[in-house]
Design a protein around this ligand. Sequence first.
Ligand SMILES: CC(C)(COP(=O)(O)OP(=O)(O)OC[C@H]1O[C@@H](n2cnc3c(N)ncnc32)[C@H](O)[C@@H]1OP(=O)(O)O)[C@@H](O)C(=O)NCCC(=O)NCCS
Length: 142
Amino acid sequence: MTEEDLVDLVQAEQEKPAWTFAQFAEELHHPHGWQLIAFTREPYQFGGYICCRSVAGEAEILKIAVTPPFRGQGVGSLLLQAAITRMVEEKTTRCYLEVRDSNIIAKGLYEKFGFRQIGHRKGYYCSPREDAIVYKLGLARR
Ligand SMILES: CC(C)(COP(=O)(O)OP(=O)(O)OC[C@H]1O[C@@H](n2cnc3c(N)ncnc32)[C@H](O)[C@@H]1OP(=O)(O)O)[C@@H](O)C(=O)NCCC(=O)NCCS
């Protein structure tokens, strides 16, 4: 991901509250941050992104989103698989993320890849207020 991608990325951002251009730009330069983006072929279009951080053998997925027209076609799975592959290559042993309790689609995606629920943060999200489910994926044996 580069700064040129940020306009597409902010348009694809769906989370509430949404990250701003400045927040994504800051993440791009975070010392432990890394990001991947997906493009479709024919037509060549921005399809989605995943933002992660890795440090000391531990990774965190901060955000993943697929642009609405391309949802349900495997783009999210491709992005998550590519991120996990990179984590394994970097000898990351565990990966964490948080998701809104009501986000059934994202929970299905994470569970498909072996993430397990390890925690519940009451009232963690705002606008609207909602609990977060904390997921962990163990990577040490991969
Ligand atoms: C969550 C998101 C990234 C999934 O991306 P996607 O490209 O649509 O997902 P995929 O097509 O790869 O599907 C992966 C899994 O998600 C689940 N899923 C996808 N679409 C679904 C639907 N309409 N209903 C229920 N589950 C669904 C399924 O478990 C699916 O696995 P399967 O293909 O084996 O059935 C996408 O829906 C999105 O951008 N949502 C808005 C942003 C968001 O909520 N991000 C997560 C914040 S933590």
